[in-house]
Design a protein around this ligand. Structure first.
Ligand code: URP
Ligand code: ZN
Ligand code: ZN
Ligand code: ZN
Length: 497
């Protein structure tokens, strides 16, 4: 029957162990794990001998159907999540980005409307704060308490950046609500100056993009965000860490007591800034995102090593796709090239290839950085992010001995190029099970529009991820930020689990 599934003879992989055992799924939930399970007749059996059975990927950073830089990214929630599933990702977390001055609650509803009927897999939402005032502050509380949002992104670049004192206020509010503060760390004001200077020198092509936003511009902002978060003692999540300097800055701050997590991107692990020197304009423009890929070609391997050492904890795609034609908006002015690259479909393969196949990480760490850590940090663990009895049946049967070559000729996204074009990847998602349904079947994509659901991400996630941090916190005197009784309750709950 459709709703019963037995995955036999495989090796299940969680962040802490690999076990040879079978997995029995019923009605979208993992019901049994072990050997010689007693299974009802008529259950479909998938043979996973020689293969890994891993938790479906969680991509904590996407921008489907996103109005940005004068245009709209072309993968909508249907095509984007279909591609996600094709590549072994079974949950995405997208960013609600309100227009400046727009109600963040209205913007949240608009995002739900774009996504709810379209998603082929489960999804959650972060909300960006593109302005800062009392109304925003009030709506943050509503989003946290009534709408399953537990993370807010603040930009330090683009026209809708927050100033340092606004960041301070937003971080403080996150701490009060038990939400996670996220930052896009780049010094936007200095980038503006650099763009003017480059243009005055006659630089118009895509190479100007990286030149205007060198590593130090990213590292400075990472440092500033860390300093501000330490002032208010809130956990911080730096999205798309793209350079060695930025990672080292993050590490230094963490070593000095800042509570900070780092996410890097498939793009940063699988390709590099040499692409901005490509003779073809479209090729270079196709690789433009912010912060940019780095000219130092040792960066991708270095970032993978940082992931291995837990200096960085998560990987996203920042999937935000624009066609060649859309990228042409910036012909003659690199600062107008829409920022964004693909990755939601290929993230799992690229990280397996550059991480596991190349010997830098093992399959357990692979699962941690592609799924478990995101599930924990956004508080959907152990429902997601692990192979365990009671968890959602979001499962990938990963065949490490097959290979595929990434190409725009075969990919499932809406653009006519792929930043990973030609990359040979060992390991393919042979079966992808989304909420108990086989949506990739012997490598054949059978995604179903509307099969996914919105998943609430409750607050206090960072405390659940790192309960030991709780002891270090002292309750503030007068603003009622961290209510001690509530914290004690939370702690007790963690110990029970
Ligand atoms: O270039 C990028 N990263 N585009 C998407 C928007 C963002 O800043 O994440
Ligand atoms: Zn960003
Ligand atoms: Zn070309
Ligand atoms: Zn992004």
């Amino acid at each position: 029957a459709q709703n019963r599934l037995l995955i036999k003879n495989g090796k299940t992989v969680n962040e802490n162990e690999i076990v040879e055992q079978d997995v029995y799924v019923e009605d979208g939930i993992i019901k049994q794990l072990g050997r010689n399970l007693l299974i009802p007749g008529g259950t479909r059996v998938i043979d996973a001998r020689g293969k890994y059975v891993i938790p479906g990927g969680i991509d904590p950073h996407t921008h489907m159907q996103f109005e940005f830089m004068g245009t709209t990214s072309v993968d909508d929630f249907y095509q984007g999540t279909k591609a996600a599933v094709a590549g072994g990702t079974t949950m995405i977390i997208d960013f609600v980005v309100p227009k400046q001055g727009e109600s963040i609650l209205d913007s949240y509803y608009a995002w739900r409307q774009k996504a709810d009927d379209k998603v082929c897999c489960d999804y959650g939402l972060h909300v960006a704060l593109t302005s800062w005032n009392d109304k925003v502050k009030g709506e943050m509380k509503t989003l946290c308490e009534k709408h399953g949002v537990n993370s807010f992104k603040m930009f330090m670049a683009y026209d809708f950046y927050l100033k340092d004192d606004e960041l301070y206020g937003a971080f403080q509010r996150c701490r009060e609500l038990g939400a996670l503060a996220q930052v896009h760390a780049e010094n936007g004001l200095i980038i503006k100056k650099n763009v003017e200077k480059l243009k005055a020198f006659g630089v118009t092509g895509p190479e100007g993009h990286e030149m205007s936003r060198p590593e130090c511009i990213e590292a400075e902002a990472v440092n500033r965000a860390c300093v501000i978060s330490k002032q208010v003692d809130c956990p911080l999540y730096v999205v798309h860490v793209m350079s060695k300097s930025a990672t080292e800055t993050l590490k230094e701050n963490r070593d000095n007591g800042t509570w900070v997590y780092g996410e890097t991107l498939a793009a940063a692990l699988g390709t590099d800034g040499s692409n901005y020197k490509h003779s073809c304009w479209h090729h270079s423009a196709g690789h433009i995102l912010s912060p940019p890929l780095r000219p130092d070609t040792t960066t991708p391997k270095c970032l993978m090593e940082y992931l291995a050492q837990d200096v960085l904890q998560l990987t996203g795609s920042d999937h935000c796709t624009f066609t060649r034609e859309q990228k042409e908006m910036g012909k003659g002015d690199f600062s107008k090239i829409p920022n964004g690259v693909n990755g939601v479909e290929d993230r799992m393969s690229v990280i397996w290839e550059k991480g596991v196949h190349s010997g830098i990480i093992d399959p357990c760490r692979y699962v941690a950085i592609t799924s478990t850590n995101a599930a924990k940090l956004f508080n959907v663990y152990p429902r997601k992010g692990c192979i365990a009895v009671g968890s959602d049946a979001d499962i990938v049967v990963w065949n490490p001995s097959k290979t595929r070559v990434i190409s725009s000729k075969t990919h499932n996204i809406a653009i006519d190029f792929n930043i990973f074009e030609g990359m040979e990847c060992h390991g393919v998602p042979e079966y992808v099970i989304v909420n108990g349904r086989v949506c990739v079947d012997e490598e054949q994509l059978r995604a179903v529009q509307g099969h996914g659901k919105f998943v609430e991400t409750p607050c206090w996630a960072p405390f659940i991820y790192a309960p030991e941090k709780m002891d270090e916190l002292t309750a503030p005197k007068n603003n009622g930020a961290l209510n001690e009784i509530e914290l004690t309750n939370k702690l007790a709950k963690i110990e029970l689990e």
